[in-house]
Design a protein around this ligand. Structure first.
Ligand SMILES: Nc1ncnc2c1ncn2[C@@H]1O[C@H](COP(=O)(O)OP(=O)(O)OP(=O)(O)O)[C@@H](O)[C@H]1O
Length: 244
Protein backbone atom coordinates (compact mmCIF):
# COMPACT_ATOMS: atom_id res chain seq x y z
CA UNK A 1 0.00 0.00 0.00
CA UNK A 2 1.36 3.44 -0.92
CA UNK A 3 1.27 5.76 2.08
CA UNK A 4 1.96 9.05 0.30
CA UNK A 5 0.66 11.61 -0.09
CA UNK A 6 -0.30 11.88 3.54
CA UNK A 7 -3.12 14.40 3.93
CA UNK A 8 -3.86 15.66 7.43
CA UNK A 9 -6.96 17.82 7.80
CA UNK A 10 -8.25 19.64 10.84
CA UNK A 11 -6.46 17.27 13.23
CA UNK A 12 -7.38 17.98 16.85
CA UNK A 13 -6.17 16.70 20.18
CA UNK A 14 -8.05 18.03 23.21
CA UNK A 15 -7.12 16.18 26.38
CA UNK A 16 -9.40 17.37 29.21
CA UNK A 17 -10.75 20.12 27.00
CA UNK A 18 -7.33 21.70 26.48
CA UNK A 19 -6.60 22.43 22.84
CA UNK A 20 -3.17 20.90 22.15
CA UNK A 21 -3.70 20.32 18.45
CA UNK A 22 -6.18 22.93 17.27
CA UNK A 23 -6.83 21.78 13.71
CA UNK A 24 -3.60 20.73 11.97
CA UNK A 25 -3.65 20.88 8.16
CA UNK A 26 -0.62 19.36 6.48
CA UNK A 27 0.21 17.48 3.31
CA UNK A 28 3.37 15.41 2.87
CA UNK A 29 4.66 14.11 -0.44
CA UNK A 30 6.85 11.06 -0.72
CA UNK A 31 10.36 12.56 -0.67
CA UNK A 32 12.68 14.63 1.43
CA UNK A 33 13.28 15.84 4.95
CA UNK A 34 10.65 18.09 6.50
CA UNK A 35 11.62 19.91 9.67
CA UNK A 36 8.99 20.81 12.24
CA UNK A 37 9.83 24.03 14.06
CA UNK A 38 7.94 25.94 16.70
CA UNK A 39 8.08 27.15 20.28
CA UNK A 40 7.95 24.91 23.36
CA UNK A 41 4.52 23.47 23.95
CA UNK A 42 3.33 24.19 20.40
CA UNK A 43 2.25 20.59 19.85
CA UNK A 44 5.13 19.34 17.68
CA UNK A 45 5.76 16.08 19.53
CA UNK A 46 2.04 15.39 19.86
CA UNK A 47 1.69 15.85 16.11
CA UNK A 48 4.38 13.22 15.47
CA UNK A 49 2.78 10.86 17.98
CA UNK A 50 -0.61 11.34 16.38
CA UNK A 51 0.84 10.54 12.95
CA UNK A 52 2.30 7.26 14.18
CA UNK A 53 -0.84 6.37 16.10
CA UNK A 54 0.49 6.78 19.65
CA UNK A 55 -1.97 9.58 20.37
CA UNK A 56 -5.59 9.29 19.40
CA UNK A 57 -6.86 12.48 17.81
CA UNK A 58 -10.12 14.00 19.05
CA UNK A 59 -11.13 15.14 15.58
CA UNK A 60 -10.04 15.73 12.01
CA UNK A 61 -8.60 13.14 9.68
CA UNK A 62 -5.50 11.55 8.22
CA UNK A 63 -5.65 10.07 4.74
CA UNK A 64 -2.72 7.87 3.65
CA UNK A 65 -1.96 7.39 -0.04
CA UNK A 66 -4.15 8.05 -3.03
CA UNK A 67 -6.75 5.71 -1.63
CA UNK A 68 -6.95 7.75 1.54
CA UNK A 69 -6.49 4.87 3.99
CA UNK A 70 -7.19 5.86 7.59
CA UNK A 71 -4.14 4.01 8.91
CA UNK A 72 -0.97 2.80 7.18
CA UNK A 73 -0.58 -0.97 7.49
CA UNK A 74 3.14 -0.62 8.05
CA UNK A 75 6.15 1.49 7.12
CA UNK A 76 5.91 4.24 9.76
CA UNK A 77 8.53 4.37 12.51
CA UNK A 78 9.30 6.90 15.22
CA UNK A 79 12.56 7.48 17.10
CA UNK A 80 12.25 9.37 20.37
CA UNK A 81 14.62 11.86 21.92
CA UNK A 82 15.65 9.08 24.36
CA UNK A 83 15.20 5.85 22.41
CA UNK A 84 13.98 2.87 24.39
CA UNK A 85 16.82 0.49 25.33
CA UNK A 86 16.33 -3.05 26.62
CA UNK A 87 18.75 -4.29 29.27
CA UNK A 88 20.70 -6.20 26.61
CA UNK A 89 23.54 -5.79 24.13
CA UNK A 90 23.69 -3.14 21.42
CA UNK A 91 23.38 -5.89 18.80
CA UNK A 92 20.30 -7.38 20.46
CA UNK A 93 18.64 -3.96 20.68
CA UNK A 94 19.17 -3.27 16.99
CA UNK A 95 18.19 -6.76 15.81
CA UNK A 96 14.95 -6.33 17.77
CA UNK A 97 13.60 -4.19 14.94
CA UNK A 98 13.69 -7.22 12.64
CA UNK A 99 11.74 -9.56 14.90
CA UNK A 100 8.34 -8.90 13.33
CA UNK A 101 9.72 -9.87 9.89
CA UNK A 102 10.08 -13.51 10.90
CA UNK A 103 13.71 -13.81 9.78
CA UNK A 104 16.02 -16.48 11.13
CA UNK A 105 18.21 -15.46 14.08
CA UNK A 106 21.47 -15.66 12.11
CA UNK A 107 20.02 -13.46 9.34
CA UNK A 108 18.78 -10.92 11.89
CA UNK A 109 22.26 -10.87 13.40
CA UNK A 110 23.94 -10.45 10.01
CA UNK A 111 21.73 -7.53 9.02
CA UNK A 112 21.98 -5.89 12.44
CA UNK A 113 25.79 -6.08 12.37
CA UNK A 114 25.87 -4.53 8.88
CA UNK A 115 23.62 -1.73 10.13
CA UNK A 116 25.80 -1.13 13.18
CA UNK A 117 28.68 -0.71 10.75
CA UNK A 118 26.73 2.01 8.90
CA UNK A 119 26.03 3.99 12.06
CA UNK A 120 29.57 3.57 13.43
CA UNK A 121 28.66 1.29 16.33
CA UNK A 122 30.04 -2.05 15.10
CA UNK A 123 32.76 -2.07 17.73
CA UNK A 124 30.12 -1.64 20.46
CA UNK A 125 27.93 -4.57 19.36
CA UNK A 126 28.58 -6.65 22.47
CA UNK A 127 28.33 -3.77 24.97
CA UNK A 128 25.27 -3.07 27.07
CA UNK A 129 23.00 -0.67 25.18
CA UNK A 130 22.21 1.15 28.40
CA UNK A 131 25.87 2.06 28.81
CA UNK A 132 25.97 3.99 25.53
CA UNK A 133 26.22 7.77 25.56
CA UNK A 134 23.23 9.88 24.51
CA UNK A 135 24.60 10.32 20.98
CA UNK A 136 25.35 6.61 20.65
CA UNK A 137 21.88 5.69 21.89
CA UNK A 138 20.36 8.00 19.30
CA UNK A 139 22.43 6.30 16.59
CA UNK A 140 21.26 2.93 17.88
CA UNK A 141 17.64 4.11 17.73
CA UNK A 142 18.15 5.30 14.15
CA UNK A 143 19.81 2.00 13.20
CA UNK A 144 16.94 -0.01 14.66
CA UNK A 145 14.39 1.99 12.70
CA UNK A 146 16.45 2.13 9.48
CA UNK A 147 16.83 -1.64 9.48
CA UNK A 148 13.10 -1.99 8.84
CA UNK A 149 13.31 0.31 5.77
CA UNK A 150 10.43 2.54 6.84
CA UNK A 151 8.64 4.70 4.26
CA UNK A 152 8.16 7.44 6.85
CA UNK A 153 10.49 8.08 9.77
CA UNK A 154 9.39 10.44 12.54
CA UNK A 155 12.24 11.93 14.57
CA UNK A 156 11.63 13.90 17.76
CA UNK A 157 14.59 16.18 18.46
CA UNK A 158 17.23 13.54 17.68
CA UNK A 159 20.14 15.85 18.48
CA UNK A 160 18.76 17.55 21.60
CA UNK A 161 21.53 17.76 24.22
CA UNK A 162 24.19 16.30 21.88
CA UNK A 163 27.50 18.08 21.35
CA UNK A 164 28.32 19.41 17.86
CA UNK A 165 30.31 16.38 16.73
CA UNK A 166 27.70 13.87 17.97
CA UNK A 167 25.02 16.00 16.27
CA UNK A 168 26.97 16.03 13.02
CA UNK A 169 27.21 12.23 13.11
CA UNK A 170 23.45 11.91 13.69
CA UNK A 171 22.81 14.37 10.83
CA UNK A 172 25.01 12.29 8.52
CA UNK A 173 22.98 9.18 9.34
CA UNK A 174 19.68 11.02 8.81
CA UNK A 175 20.87 12.14 5.36
CA UNK A 176 21.82 8.56 4.48
CA UNK A 177 18.45 7.25 5.60
CA UNK A 178 16.80 9.81 3.36
CA UNK A 179 19.05 8.88 0.43
CA UNK A 180 18.01 5.30 1.03
CA UNK A 181 14.43 6.31 0.19
CA UNK A 182 12.84 7.07 3.55
CA UNK A 183 10.67 10.16 3.97
CA UNK A 184 11.61 12.04 7.14
CA UNK A 185 9.57 14.33 9.38
CA UNK A 186 11.70 15.69 12.18
CA UNK A 187 11.24 18.08 15.09
CA UNK A 188 14.17 20.31 15.97
CA UNK A 189 14.87 23.50 17.90
CA UNK A 190 18.15 23.99 16.09
CA UNK A 191 17.61 26.56 13.33
CA UNK A 192 21.09 26.07 11.85
CA UNK A 193 20.38 22.37 11.64
CA UNK A 194 17.08 23.09 9.91
CA UNK A 195 18.94 24.99 7.18
CA UNK A 196 21.53 22.21 6.83
CA UNK A 197 19.17 19.29 6.76
CA UNK A 198 15.71 20.36 5.73
CA UNK A 199 13.99 20.59 2.36
CA UNK A 200 10.98 22.31 3.84
CA UNK A 201 9.76 23.68 7.14
CA UNK A 202 6.49 23.15 8.94
CA UNK A 203 6.11 25.92 11.51
CA UNK A 204 3.73 24.97 14.32
CA UNK A 205 2.42 27.36 16.94
CA UNK A 206 -0.59 27.11 19.23
CA UNK A 207 -1.44 23.66 17.87
CA UNK A 208 -1.73 24.85 14.27
CA UNK A 209 0.50 24.83 11.20
CA UNK A 210 1.20 28.53 10.62
CA UNK A 211 3.26 27.93 7.52
CA UNK A 212 4.72 25.16 5.41
CA UNK A 213 7.36 26.41 2.98
CA UNK A 214 10.76 25.65 1.50
CA UNK A 215 13.61 26.18 3.96
CA UNK A 216 15.16 29.14 2.17
CA UNK A 217 11.83 30.90 1.86
CA UNK A 218 10.99 30.29 5.50
CA UNK A 219 14.15 31.97 6.73
CA UNK A 220 14.30 34.76 4.14
CA UNK A 221 10.59 35.63 3.85
CA UNK A 222 8.55 34.16 6.70
CA UNK A 223 4.87 34.73 5.93
CA UNK A 224 3.51 34.90 9.45
CA UNK A 225 4.41 37.43 12.11
CA UNK A 226 4.84 34.56 14.56
CA UNK A 227 7.44 32.82 12.40
CA UNK A 228 9.29 36.10 11.94
CA UNK A 229 9.41 36.70 15.70
CA UNK A 230 10.35 33.07 16.31
CA UNK A 231 13.31 33.24 13.92
CA UNK A 232 14.48 36.43 15.63
CA UNK A 233 14.07 34.79 19.05
CA UNK A 234 11.48 37.35 20.07
CA UNK A 235 8.24 35.38 20.10
CA UNK A 236 6.42 36.62 23.22
CA UNK A 237 5.59 33.78 25.66
CA UNK A 238 1.86 34.49 25.48
CA UNK A 239 1.75 33.92 21.72
CA UNK A 240 3.64 30.64 22.09
CA UNK A 241 0.68 28.92 23.65
CA UNK A 242 -2.22 30.84 22.20
CA UNK A 243 -1.32 30.70 18.53
CA UNK A 244 -1.73 33.61 16.16
N1 LIG B 1 -0.82 12.58 26.07
C1 LIG B 1 -1.03 13.84 26.46
N2 LIG B 1 -2.11 14.16 27.20
C2 LIG B 1 -2.33 15.43 27.59
N3 LIG B 1 -1.55 16.49 27.27
C3 LIG B 1 -0.46 16.23 26.54
C4 LIG B 1 -0.14 14.90 26.09
N4 LIG B 1 0.99 14.96 25.39
C5 LIG B 1 1.39 16.24 25.40
N5 LIG B 1 0.52 17.01 26.09
C6 LIG B 1 0.59 18.46 26.27
O1 LIG B 1 0.51 19.03 24.98
C7 LIG B 1 1.28 20.24 24.92
C8 LIG B 1 2.19 20.19 23.71
O2 LIG B 1 3.18 19.20 23.96
P1 LIG B 1 4.31 18.81 22.92
O3 LIG B 1 5.21 17.86 23.65
O4 LIG B 1 3.72 18.37 21.66
O5 LIG B 1 5.02 20.21 22.70
P2 LIG B 1 6.28 20.52 21.79
O6 LIG B 1 5.87 21.51 20.77
O7 LIG B 1 6.88 19.25 21.31
O8 LIG B 1 7.20 21.23 22.85
P3 LIG B 1 8.77 21.12 23.16
O9 LIG B 1 9.43 21.90 22.08
O10 LIG B 1 8.90 21.78 24.49
O11 LIG B 1 9.16 19.67 23.20
C9 LIG B 1 2.02 20.33 26.24
O12 LIG B 1 1.34 21.25 27.06
C10 LIG B 1 1.94 18.93 26.81
O13 LIG B 1 1.91 18.93 28.21
Amino acid sequence: MAIFPLRISGLRFRPNGREVLAGIDLELGDEGITLVLGPNGAGKSVLLRAICGLVEASGGSMAWGDEGARRPEQGVMMVFQRPMMLRASVLYNVALGLKPLGLRADERRRRALAMLERVGLADRAADSARHLSGGEQQRLGLARAWLTKPRLLLLDEPTASLDPSASAEVERIIREIRTDGTRILMVTHNLAQATRLGDDIVFVSGGRVCEHTAVREFFSRPRSEEARLFIQGELPWKMRFQGA
